[in-house]
Design a protein around this ligand. Structure first.
Ligand code: RNT
Ligand code: ZN
Length: 413
């Protein structure tokens, strides 16, 4: 079957083995926060705030680093390919002690670095500028109070150093993504002032030059959030300008724009001016709801653009969703595999024929080819990829997850 399908693809100019090679070589950064509803291990009350909201209380969430690692190992075992871990600063190993965010050190993350090493995967990192009394005003790096700004500046500076240490030890640069919730529920009187302060805070954070082989800086924009409906300091224009001026990576989160605006169309423009892209592949439903990623039009369009722009080498693909209403392992696995399936479909596009038709002005052929490629037996290739990687195919995925639920998750009471 596989060989026959391969020939079919060859007849439209697609090299399936080449596509699978690229797919296998494209890691997805697994966001640790799907495993425990963005709780972290600081030992606080777990209040999220800052516009982040997780709904649902499906039993079995990870309550410790050990449990989270156990869950991640399960997820990695049912994903084809090699991936990465995306860690937030609140997930450090603080040994039961109160460690303030402006006092975190690489030692608090050595266990995670070692775990990544044992899994043969790289790590990415995020300062956590939320779920904290000093973020309760809805402002962090742009806060009018200098002491509060300093606190978060230090947190971000330390985060970069921790990331660089992880990148160094793991032999693969860590992407450090700065996202802050700063914004206002109601109309601000001084939009500019907050943006000026955010810019100068970021300048301070990025002053220390770190080896790009160990750390890559990224900044993430947002349109609005719960409690920041009228104004977000770090808007798209703000961060696009910042990333261009400072040549940092720009993070595009699929849920951070107007509901009908897609990030797929931004890839080609942004990459003309910024060196690298970080994606938070997510699914907003009516708002930035962070639903589990699906094999849907939006995600397909994103992956199509990465392939068509030959942008995979300059793009870091991360996930950003958190659903507590279903089995969290399933959420991770379904979402990650959906992103991978979309990438596969993009890699199997008859790219050469499509371009030829377009350049010749033959838009009829272009449209027909697009529809044709959707009807090609791409799922046979996906199943073969899973088999080669010794992971369950689509039909066996659910029972694997359910088995883990009854043996492990249901025991967590
Ligand atoms: C929030 C941003 C941010 C967070 C994570 C937890 O709107 O998308 O990326 O979701 O850092
Ligand atoms: Zn995000």
């Amino acid at each position: 079957m596989f060989e026959k399908v391969k020939d079919q693809y060859a007849s439209i100019g697609v090299d399936v083995e080449k596509a699978l090679e690229v797919l296998a070589g494209t890691p997805i950064s697994l966001h640790c926060w799907q495993g425990d509803d963005v709780g972290g291990f600081e030992g606080g009350d777990g209040e999220l705030g800052s516009g982040l909201a997780v709904t649902g209380n499906f039993p079995g969430k990870a309550r410790s680093i050990d449990e989270l690692q156990q869950d991640l190992e399960k997820v990695l075992s049912i994903l084809p390919g090699k991936h990465r871990l995306n860690l937030h600063a609140i997930y450090g190993d603080f040994g039961g002690k109160k460690v303030e965010r402006d006092a975190i050190e690489a030692s608090h993350f050595q266990g995670w670095i070692d775990w990544c090493k044992s899994q043969g995967i790289g790590m990415d990192f995020n300062p956590s500028c939320f779920s904290h009394p000093k973020a309760d005003d809805g402002l962090t790096l742009s806060h009018p109070d200098e002491a509060i700004r300093e606190f978060w500046i230090t947190h971000c500076q330390l985060s970069r150093k921790i990331a660089a240490e992880a990148g160094k030890q793991l032999g693969s640069a860590a992407v450090t993504n700065v996202w802050v919730p700063d914004g206002m529920k109601d109309l601000p009187a001084d939009r500019l002032g907050y943006r000026e302060r955010l810019k100068s805070s970021l300048d301070r954070i990025f002053t220390e030059k770190l080896d790009q082989a160990h750390n890559i800086d990224a900044v993430e924009c947002k349109l609005f959030g719960i409690g920041s409906e009228s104004y977000v300091v770090g808007s798209h224009e703000f961060y696009m300008g910042y990333a261009i001026q400072n040549q940092t990576a720009l993070c595009l989160d699929a849920g951070h724009f107007h509901p009908t605006e897609t990030i797929a169309d931004k890839v080609s423009s942004v990459l003309m001016y910024v060196p690298e892209l970080l994606l938070h592949v997510s699914r907003g439903v009516r708002w930035d709801s962070d639903h589990v990623v699906l094999f849907d039009d939006q995600t397909q369009a994103i992956m199509q653009e990465l392939v068509r722009c030959d942008a995979l080498a300059r793009t870091h693909i991360g996930l950003d969703f958190f659903d507590a209403s279903i089995n969290r392992i399933a959420a991770w696995a379904i979402g990650t595999r959906a992103a991978q399936k979309c990438l596969l479909l993009a890699l199997l596009e008859p790219a050469k024929l499509l371009r030829e038709a377009e350049l010749a002005g033959d838009y009829t052929t272009r449209l027909a080819l697009l529809e044709q490629s959707k009807a090609m037996p791409w799922a046979v290739i996906w199943e073969a990829f899973c088999e080669r990687n010794n992971v369950p195919g689509e039909l066996d995925l659910l029972s694997e997850v359910k088995d883990y639920e009854s043996k492990v998750l249901s025991q967590r009471v």
